[in-house]
Design a protein around this ligand. Structure first.
Ligand code: PGA
Length: 249
Protein backbone atom coordinates (compact mmCIF):
# COMPACT_ATOMS: atom_id res chain seq x y z
CA UNK A 1 0.00 0.00 0.00
CA UNK A 2 1.36 3.39 -0.98
CA UNK A 3 1.73 6.18 1.57
CA UNK A 4 -1.17 8.61 1.91
CA UNK A 5 0.13 12.08 2.70
CA UNK A 6 -0.85 15.65 3.34
CA UNK A 7 2.01 18.12 2.93
CA UNK A 8 2.02 21.84 3.63
CA UNK A 9 3.91 24.43 1.65
CA UNK A 10 4.27 27.64 3.64
CA UNK A 11 5.97 29.39 0.70
CA UNK A 12 7.44 32.80 1.66
CA UNK A 13 5.20 33.31 4.67
CA UNK A 14 5.73 33.48 8.45
CA UNK A 15 8.52 35.10 10.41
CA UNK A 16 10.56 32.69 12.51
CA UNK A 17 8.40 33.47 15.55
CA UNK A 18 5.16 32.96 13.60
CA UNK A 19 6.49 29.72 12.16
CA UNK A 20 7.41 28.47 15.63
CA UNK A 21 3.88 29.24 16.82
CA UNK A 22 2.30 27.42 13.85
CA UNK A 23 4.57 24.37 14.15
CA UNK A 24 3.84 24.17 17.88
CA UNK A 25 0.09 24.33 17.25
CA UNK A 26 0.35 21.64 14.57
CA UNK A 27 2.38 19.40 16.84
CA UNK A 28 -0.23 19.74 19.59
CA UNK A 29 -3.15 19.17 17.20
CA UNK A 30 -1.86 16.39 14.94
CA UNK A 31 -0.96 13.85 17.60
CA UNK A 32 -2.40 10.82 15.80
CA UNK A 33 -2.93 11.61 12.11
CA UNK A 34 -4.40 8.98 9.79
CA UNK A 35 -1.80 9.74 7.09
CA UNK A 36 1.77 10.96 6.74
CA UNK A 37 2.06 14.68 7.51
CA UNK A 38 4.85 16.88 6.17
CA UNK A 39 5.27 20.62 6.60
CA UNK A 40 7.32 22.55 4.06
CA UNK A 41 8.90 25.66 5.54
CA UNK A 42 11.34 28.35 4.44
CA UNK A 43 15.01 27.49 5.04
CA UNK A 44 15.32 29.73 8.08
CA UNK A 45 12.63 27.78 9.95
CA UNK A 46 13.89 24.29 9.25
CA UNK A 47 16.21 23.58 12.19
CA UNK A 48 13.88 25.12 14.77
CA UNK A 49 10.74 23.48 13.37
CA UNK A 50 12.52 20.09 13.26
CA UNK A 51 13.35 20.51 16.96
CA UNK A 52 9.72 21.41 17.75
CA UNK A 53 8.16 18.43 15.96
CA UNK A 54 10.79 15.92 17.10
CA UNK A 55 9.07 12.83 18.51
CA UNK A 56 5.77 13.72 16.77
CA UNK A 57 4.41 12.17 13.55
CA UNK A 58 5.14 15.41 11.64
CA UNK A 59 8.01 15.45 9.16
CA UNK A 60 9.65 18.53 7.69
CA UNK A 61 10.42 19.59 4.12
CA UNK A 62 12.45 22.38 2.59
CA UNK A 63 10.81 24.23 -0.30
CA UNK A 64 13.91 24.15 -2.49
CA UNK A 65 17.61 23.27 -2.52
CA UNK A 66 20.57 24.31 -4.63
CA UNK A 67 21.54 22.64 -7.90
CA UNK A 68 25.21 22.61 -6.79
CA UNK A 69 26.86 20.57 -4.13
CA UNK A 70 28.70 23.27 -2.14
CA UNK A 71 31.03 26.22 -2.48
CA UNK A 72 30.94 29.75 -3.85
CA UNK A 73 27.21 30.12 -4.56
CA UNK A 74 26.25 33.10 -2.44
CA UNK A 75 22.77 32.89 -1.00
CA UNK A 76 22.16 29.27 -1.94
CA UNK A 77 21.34 26.40 0.45
CA UNK A 78 22.58 22.93 -0.44
CA UNK A 79 20.77 19.63 -0.03
CA UNK A 80 23.38 18.57 2.56
CA UNK A 81 22.70 21.74 4.55
CA UNK A 82 18.94 21.09 4.41
CA UNK A 83 19.43 17.50 5.55
CA UNK A 84 21.62 18.62 8.45
CA UNK A 85 18.65 20.51 9.94
CA UNK A 86 16.71 17.27 10.35
CA UNK A 87 14.43 17.89 7.35
CA UNK A 88 13.65 14.67 5.48
CA UNK A 89 11.86 16.00 2.39
CA UNK A 90 12.45 18.68 -0.22
CA UNK A 91 9.77 20.21 -2.44
CA UNK A 92 11.25 20.58 -5.93
CA UNK A 93 9.91 21.77 -9.27
CA UNK A 94 7.19 23.97 -7.84
CA UNK A 95 5.64 26.07 -10.61
CA UNK A 96 6.61 29.27 -8.78
CA UNK A 97 10.27 28.20 -8.91
CA UNK A 98 9.94 27.22 -12.57
CA UNK A 99 8.20 30.49 -13.47
CA UNK A 100 9.89 33.16 -11.32
CA UNK A 101 13.35 31.62 -10.89
CA UNK A 102 13.59 30.00 -14.31
CA UNK A 103 14.25 26.49 -13.05
CA UNK A 104 14.49 24.28 -16.10
CA UNK A 105 14.01 20.53 -16.36
CA UNK A 106 17.81 20.13 -16.39
CA UNK A 107 18.33 22.26 -13.26
CA UNK A 108 15.57 20.32 -11.50
CA UNK A 109 17.20 17.06 -12.48
CA UNK A 110 20.39 18.19 -10.73
CA UNK A 111 18.44 19.23 -7.65
CA UNK A 112 16.66 15.87 -7.50
CA UNK A 113 19.98 14.00 -7.75
CA UNK A 114 21.55 16.12 -5.00
CA UNK A 115 18.50 15.73 -2.76
CA UNK A 116 18.61 11.94 -3.19
CA UNK A 117 22.38 11.83 -2.64
CA UNK A 118 21.78 13.59 0.68
CA UNK A 119 18.92 11.35 1.87
CA UNK A 120 16.24 13.94 1.17
CA UNK A 121 13.02 12.67 -0.37
CA UNK A 122 11.86 14.96 -3.16
CA UNK A 123 8.22 16.05 -3.40
CA UNK A 124 8.32 16.80 -7.10
CA UNK A 125 5.70 19.13 -8.58
CA UNK A 126 4.38 18.94 -12.12
CA UNK A 127 1.43 20.58 -13.81
CA UNK A 128 0.23 22.58 -16.79
CA UNK A 129 -0.58 26.28 -17.09
CA UNK A 130 -4.01 27.58 -18.07
CA UNK A 131 -3.31 27.95 -21.80
CA UNK A 132 -2.00 24.40 -21.96
CA UNK A 133 -5.16 23.08 -20.29
CA UNK A 134 -7.34 25.18 -22.59
CA UNK A 135 -5.62 23.72 -25.64
CA UNK A 136 -5.89 20.22 -24.13
CA UNK A 137 -2.10 19.78 -23.91
CA UNK A 138 -1.96 18.98 -20.19
CA UNK A 139 -0.95 15.35 -20.72
CA UNK A 140 2.00 16.09 -22.99
CA UNK A 141 3.20 18.86 -20.63
CA UNK A 142 3.16 16.64 -17.58
CA UNK A 143 4.79 13.79 -19.50
CA UNK A 144 7.62 16.08 -20.64
CA UNK A 145 8.15 17.30 -17.06
CA UNK A 146 8.45 13.73 -15.78
CA UNK A 147 10.75 12.68 -18.61
CA UNK A 148 12.86 15.82 -18.38
CA UNK A 149 13.70 15.61 -14.69
CA UNK A 150 12.86 12.19 -13.26
CA UNK A 151 12.69 9.33 -15.74
CA UNK A 152 16.46 8.90 -15.97
CA UNK A 153 16.46 7.86 -12.29
CA UNK A 154 16.83 4.20 -11.42
CA UNK A 155 13.72 2.45 -10.07
CA UNK A 156 15.31 2.48 -6.63
CA UNK A 157 15.91 6.24 -6.81
CA UNK A 158 12.45 6.90 -8.24
CA UNK A 159 10.83 5.04 -5.36
CA UNK A 160 12.03 7.87 -3.05
CA UNK A 161 9.98 10.42 -5.00
CA UNK A 162 6.54 11.73 -4.05
CA UNK A 163 4.80 13.37 -7.01
CA UNK A 164 2.51 16.38 -6.71
CA UNK A 165 0.18 17.23 -9.58
CA UNK A 166 -0.44 20.95 -9.32
CA UNK A 167 -2.30 22.52 -12.23
CA UNK A 168 -0.79 25.99 -12.27
CA UNK A 169 -4.16 27.61 -12.98
CA UNK A 170 -5.42 26.22 -9.68
CA UNK A 171 -2.57 27.42 -7.44
CA UNK A 172 -3.62 30.23 -5.13
CA UNK A 173 -6.52 31.10 -7.43
CA UNK A 174 -9.43 29.44 -5.65
CA UNK A 175 -10.01 27.47 -8.88
CA UNK A 176 -9.63 23.83 -7.91
CA UNK A 177 -9.43 21.04 -10.44
CA UNK A 178 -12.65 19.04 -10.28
CA UNK A 179 -12.29 15.67 -8.58
CA UNK A 180 -12.77 14.09 -12.03
CA UNK A 181 -10.02 16.23 -13.61
CA UNK A 182 -7.67 15.37 -10.74
CA UNK A 183 -8.42 11.65 -10.94
CA UNK A 184 -7.99 11.58 -14.72
CA UNK A 185 -4.58 13.25 -14.55
CA UNK A 186 -3.39 11.23 -11.55
CA UNK A 187 -4.33 7.99 -13.32
CA UNK A 188 -2.48 9.20 -16.41
CA UNK A 189 0.62 10.05 -14.36
CA UNK A 190 0.51 6.62 -12.72
CA UNK A 191 0.24 5.00 -16.17
CA UNK A 192 3.40 6.85 -17.26
CA UNK A 193 5.24 5.69 -14.14
CA UNK A 194 4.01 2.16 -14.89
CA UNK A 195 5.31 2.30 -18.48
CA UNK A 196 8.71 3.49 -17.28
CA UNK A 197 9.20 1.59 -13.99
CA UNK A 198 6.56 -1.15 -13.98
CA UNK A 199 3.39 -1.79 -12.04
CA UNK A 200 4.87 -2.32 -8.61
CA UNK A 201 6.68 1.02 -8.56
CA UNK A 202 3.62 2.77 -10.06
CA UNK A 203 1.30 1.24 -7.46
CA UNK A 204 3.64 2.41 -4.70
CA UNK A 205 4.06 5.98 -5.97
CA UNK A 206 2.31 8.61 -3.87
CA UNK A 207 0.69 11.26 -6.06
CA UNK A 208 -0.57 14.37 -4.27
CA UNK A 209 -2.97 16.94 -5.65
CA UNK A 210 -2.19 20.64 -5.14
CA UNK A 211 -3.95 23.83 -6.14
CA UNK A 212 -6.53 25.56 -3.94
CA UNK A 213 -7.08 22.37 -1.98
CA UNK A 214 -8.75 23.34 1.29
CA UNK A 215 -10.71 21.97 4.23
CA UNK A 216 -13.94 22.15 2.20
CA UNK A 217 -12.92 20.33 -0.98
CA UNK A 218 -10.21 17.98 0.33
CA UNK A 219 -12.44 14.98 1.11
CA UNK A 220 -13.98 15.03 -2.36
CA UNK A 221 -10.55 15.18 -4.02
CA UNK A 222 -9.02 12.50 -1.76
CA UNK A 223 -11.94 10.14 -2.44
CA UNK A 224 -10.44 9.37 -5.88
CA UNK A 225 -8.48 6.16 -6.24
CA UNK A 226 -5.32 7.78 -7.60
CA UNK A 227 -5.31 10.92 -5.44
CA UNK A 228 -3.14 9.94 -2.48
CA UNK A 229 -3.29 13.23 -0.62
CA UNK A 230 -2.57 16.90 -1.06
CA UNK A 231 0.12 19.57 -1.25
CA UNK A 232 -1.43 22.52 0.51
CA UNK A 233 -0.37 26.16 0.18
CA UNK A 234 -2.66 28.83 1.61
CA UNK A 235 -4.67 26.49 3.84
CA UNK A 236 -1.47 25.13 5.43
CA UNK A 237 -0.88 28.48 7.14
CA UNK A 238 -3.80 28.04 9.55
CA UNK A 239 -3.47 25.10 11.96
CA UNK A 240 -7.21 24.25 12.13
CA UNK A 241 -7.57 24.27 8.35
CA UNK A 242 -4.48 22.13 7.78
CA UNK A 243 -5.59 19.71 10.51
CA UNK A 244 -9.04 19.45 8.89
CA UNK A 245 -7.41 18.57 5.55
CA UNK A 246 -5.26 15.92 7.26
CA UNK A 247 -8.43 14.52 8.87
CA UNK A 248 -10.07 14.34 5.41
CA UNK A 249 -7.30 12.03 4.16
P1 PGA B 1 -2.48 26.73 -2.81
O1 PGA B 1 -0.98 26.35 -3.20
O2 PGA B 1 -3.00 25.62 -1.95
O3 PGA B 1 -2.38 28.03 -2.08
O4 PGA B 1 -3.25 26.85 -4.11
C1 PGA B 1 -0.63 25.03 -3.47
C2 PGA B 1 0.84 24.96 -3.82
O5 PGA B 1 1.33 25.87 -4.50
O6 PGA B 1 1.53 24.01 -3.42
Amino acid sequence: MRTKMVAGNWKMNKTLQEGVALATELKNTLTNPSCAVVIGTPFIHLATVCEIVKGSPIRVAAENCADRESGAFTGEVSAAMVRSTGAEYCILGHSERRQYYHETAEILKQKVLLALANQLKPIFCIGEVKEERESNRQNEVVKAQLEGSLFDLSAEEFSQITLAYEPVWAIGTGLTATPAQAQEMHAYIRSLVCERYGKEVADNTTILYGGSCNEKNAAELFANADVDGGLIGGASLVAEKFAAIVAAR
